[in-house]
Design a protein around this ligand. Structure first.
Ligand code: ADP
Length: 279
């Protein structure tokens, strides 16, 4: 059975609600997803309902195979729900409503950094001068100035992910959907990138949904954390992150952070065990 709760004991973060009263950017109502194949059916999601507020940063954690990526893909229109309803309240313009960042393979190996970062805008028909101006700004924001004409294979994994993040921001989409964007990075690079993402998001306030395996990352980045159950993925719990903004990695050393991490892990542990039994 789905239990969707919100931890009311936590104080609200300092700057989350933008455009109070605006409709949720993604309104998800009783969404289920069943994949059918020659070998049978997989129920990936069951009865998921949630409102993603304008300008909010939501992290999704849950065991492998519980439907996190499927939910993200449904939000971005790459998959359709089998049952239920999704309402997207984003302006229709020449840029896509949502930009994706995936864990890997998110950059085109045959384009240099500049062409990768301008890609979304090029597809949207933005002129060369304007799109290169915007791209250079985002290349600078992610610390890649000087590498505009380097090709992905000449760069480290962390630098390649920074290209993907710069491209997502440069596209100008009001929503970013990120699937383990930092998952393939080494621990130190990941920490630096987390700090960078916090800073970029705080400056831009796009509506972000980020899937992660890391409870720490979810606490560091998110306004709220959705904990998913084992497959079929349901929302087990919604946790309001009690840390204010601007936020930096120093919160990781606090007792509150340790308590939150422990309580999220307790919520997740049963689901991870259940998913190990099924697989
Ligand atoms: P997560 O992101 O939580 O690891 P996914 O959303 O990738 O989980 O997958 C949820 C379940 O749906 C998994 O069992 C996966 O194998 C299955 N699945 C995902 N995409 C497809 C697909 N296109 N066809 C069939 N099964 C799929």
């Amino acid at each position: 059975m789905m239990t969707q709760t919100s931890s009311s004991a936590s104080a609200p973060p300092a700057l989350p609600v933008r455009n109070a009263g605006a409709p949720p950017v993604f309104q998800v109502r009783q969404v289920s997803k069943i994949f059918s194949s020659r070998t049978g059916q997989v129920e990936a999601l069951r009865d998921v309902s949630f409102d993603f507020a304008d300008g909010s940063f939501t992290c999704i954690v849950g065991p492998s195979g519980c439907g996190k990526s499927t939910l993200l893909r449904i939000l971005g229109g790459l998959e359709t729900a089998t049952y239920g309803e999704i309402t997207v309240n984003l302006p229709k313009s020449r840029v896509p409503q949502s930009a994706f960042v995936f864990q890997e393979h998110g950059v085109f190996p045959w384009f240099d950094v500049l062409d990768n970062v301008t890609f979304g805008q090029r597809m949207a028909g933005v002129g060369k001068v304007e799109r290169e101006d915007v791209a250079r700004r985002w290349i600078a924001e992610v610390g890649l100035t000087g590498f505009e004409h380097a090709y992905p294979h000449q760069l480290s994994g962390g630098m390649r992910q920074r290209i993907a993040i710069a491209r997502a921001f440069a596209t100008g989409s009001p929503s970013l959907l990120m699937d383990e964007p930092l998952g393939a990075l080494d621990a130190q690079t990941r920490m630096l990138m987390q700090e960078q993402l916090v800073r970029l998001w705080e400056a831009e306030r796009k509506t972000v949904v980020l899937v992660t395996h890391s409870i720490e990352e979810a606490l560091l980045l998110g306004d709220q954390i959705i904990v998913m159950s084992a497959r079929p993925g349901r929302i087990k719990e919604v946790i309001d992150v009690p840390f204010g903004r601007p936020r930096d990695v120093s919160i990781e050393g606090t007792e509150r952070f340790a308590q939150m991490r422990q309580s999220i892990w307790e919520s997740l542990r049963d689901e991870v065990q259940a998913s190990m039994r099924y697989s």
